[in-house]
Design a protein. Sequence first.
Lengths: 135, 173
Amino acid sequence: MPDRTLSCEAARALFARYAAGEPSPALARHLDECDACLEACMEEALRHPPAVPVPADFRERVLAAARREHDAAPLPGDLWVQVTAACLPAILGVALWWVDPNLQLLRQPVVCATALGIETVLAFVWVWRVKNSAA
Amino acid sequence: LEDFAEIVEQHQASVFRTLARLTGEREGIEDLAQEVFLRLFRALPHFEGRARLSTFLYRIMVNVVNDEWSRRKQARRMDAIGEAALDVPHPAPGPAALLERSRFQEALDTALATLPLRDRMLLTLHYQEARSYEEICEVLKLPMGTVKTRLHRARERLKAALKEWIAPCQTAP
């Protein structure tokens, strides 16, 4: 049986002050015995949490961090440059073999130098983009 | 970035409030709140708008708090085996925070801390954030029946924990 010194109505009128920290042994006694009031008091406290201050500079801090991340994000083309650089030797090899199955062309310095030149340029482009995206 | 700034402005109070409830802390949650918004920032280009932004944010909050708990658990384990003396705050509120807060709210936070994170989120979303059952289902990826059952159980467990706290208060001055 709920504590008779306090009716449910009177108990509920005390909830807000009790939930805010004011001690009330009579209300505590009532809540210990009245499930409905305890639940109501609990719900009241859950609905109205103590204020949590947001630091004044919080928004600016988040935006600064987001800006840093945004600037450091990899360029969308990076993946394609990497895939192309990785595939190019194979593509060049197949193309050469297609044109010249006996690979006589590879014995000509001009062809070799051109292939190496293309590979070197692509490697430089790749390194440059990776460096820039990580800055 | 301008749109993102507006989102931060609009949701920061709710994020701080929810994180405070989930962690039982009032101070030192700025880092967690920042992590929540940064994860949102990273995910925004893929956000299709099928769910509400608030739903998306609540889901991120659950993940961030989960990760933080794992990190602290790991850090405590490392501390226990003497590999490093890490200064990791315990999930329970510190003495300064306890003094500043009301005792009933403190008891509520202590009782909440005994529940699993998912149940804490359930109670927080339902009561504090006044979210609909549908939205809670979406945030926690649970069916409606499960949400209602778990909410009922969580409420009962919270009530039992609060009763334990109330008993000694009956003779308090």
